[in-house]
Ligand binder design. Structure first.
Ligand code: IPM
Ligand code: MG
Length: 359
């Protein structure tokens, strides 16, 4: 089969890590008899520099005509310290989510046994952590209107809005995930305070009726923030709204102590987008030191979720596990004996080739 992939390397270390994922995808395609064709688009600070727009229409067109999108990172320190900047890289990200209908962000949080000692939490707390965190991505306070300032400039407001439909589609997604796993969904909200959260709870409870084998429970977001680091293994699938998910998914990403390893998928109404969860890490840009594994595993998620190539995705995941076990990792995981970004990418490519030869 022929699959069209939009490549959006973006800012900072984005281009370097994307390059490694492309290597791995190419060898996987050759081994399985599939053709992956790549079309590159501009996004983020680099897109602002070249076109004045962080998500140009041309990039939107590339994404719309692709079967899936592989994304690096967005953001540049030039904008972080300048709240008055009119055009910001992050606007590109939000426009992309909204234009492409990327309604759910899915982040698996699973500990690699070989890296158990790297977590800031106690090893026994982290052991057995295996969570899928699902964040609603195109609604809530990120997109609600009205937003802005009062005429005298002394008051500012944002609006959190959710429709039943927006809640239903993401809760259904969470339930489908859970049915393939340990059959538990935790819906996280603030229903003791917020009207939107009460609609979430009411809607989710109705949906639970469609999945009689499933256990659904509810947790307030403040308590969930605590439980996530106290006892992460109580969670199977988490579903939550946009802003709570933004905060909790960063918290969840450090549980395993290996943020450079974690992939994510943003499920779209047509094409979906895959990206590592780490940011643009500008201090490391161009130095060939960034960990490419989060992006390589994002490519594996793409094969499985967008193309249904579960066997091929499995080669990549196993190759990554082997590379980690052999100690072929970047400096974030082994400062004493670091390998470069491209060495890790090459090594994983070689392992995929070998695993695919063995079927
Ligand atoms: C994320 C990021 C973005 C968000 C920012 C960069 C707008 O934090 O993808 O989680 O808040 O959604
Ligand atoms: Mg975030």
């Amino acid at each position: 089969m022929n699959y069209k992939i939009a490549l959006l390397p973006g800012d900072g270390i984005g281009p370097e890590v994307i390059e490694q994922a492309v290597k791995v995808l190419e060898v996987t395609g050759e081994a399985a008899g599939h053709c992956f064709s790549f079309t590159e688009g501009l996004v983020g600070a680099v897109a602002i520099d070249r076109t004045g727009n962080p998500f140009p229409d041309e990039t939107l067109a590339i994404c719309r005509s692709a079967d899936a999108i592989l994304f690096g990172a967005i953001g540049h320190p030039r904008y972080d310290n300048d709240p008055s900047a009119k055009v910001r890289p992050e606007q590109g990200l939000l426009r992309m989510r909204s234009e492409l209908g990327l309604y759910a962000n899915v982040r698996p949080v699973k500990s690699f046994p070989a890296l158990a000692g790297m977590s800031p939490l106690k090893e026994e707390t982290v052991a057995g952590t295996d969570i899928v965190m699902i964040r609603e991505l195109t609604g809530g306070i990120y997109f609600g209107k009205p937003r802005g300032r009062s005429e005298d400039g002394l008051t500012a407001y944002d609006t959190c809005t959710y429709s039943r439909y927006e809640i239903e589609r993401v809760v259904h997604l969470g339930c489908r995930y859970a049915m393939q796993r340990r059959k538990k969904v935790t819906v996280i909200d603030k229903a003791n305070v917020l009207a939107t959260s009460r609609l979430w709870r009411e809607t989710a409870k109705k949906i639970a009726g469609d999945y009689p084998e499933l256990e659904m429970d509810f947790m307030f977001v403040d308590n969930a923030a605590m439980q996530l680091i106290r006892n992460p293994s109580v969670f199977d699938v988490i579903v939550t709204e946009n802003m709570f998910g933004d905060i909790l998914s960063d918290e969840a990403s450090v549980i395993t102590g290996s943020i450079g390893m974690l992939p994510s998928a943003s499920i779209g109404l047509s094409a979906s987008l895959y990206e590592p969860i780490h940011g643009s890490f500008p201090q490391a840009a161009g130095k060939n030191i960034a960990n490419p594994v989060g992006t390589i595993l994002s490519a594996a998620m793409m094969l499985e979720l967008s193309f249904g190539l579960a066997k091929e995705a499995g080669w990549i995941v196993r190759a990554v596990e082997e590379a980690v076990n052999e100690g072929v990792v970047t400096s974030d995981l082994d400062a004493g004996n670091p390998h470069s970004t491209s060495e890790v990418g090459e090594h994983i490519r070689g392992l995929v080739k070998r695993l695919s030869d063995n079927g």
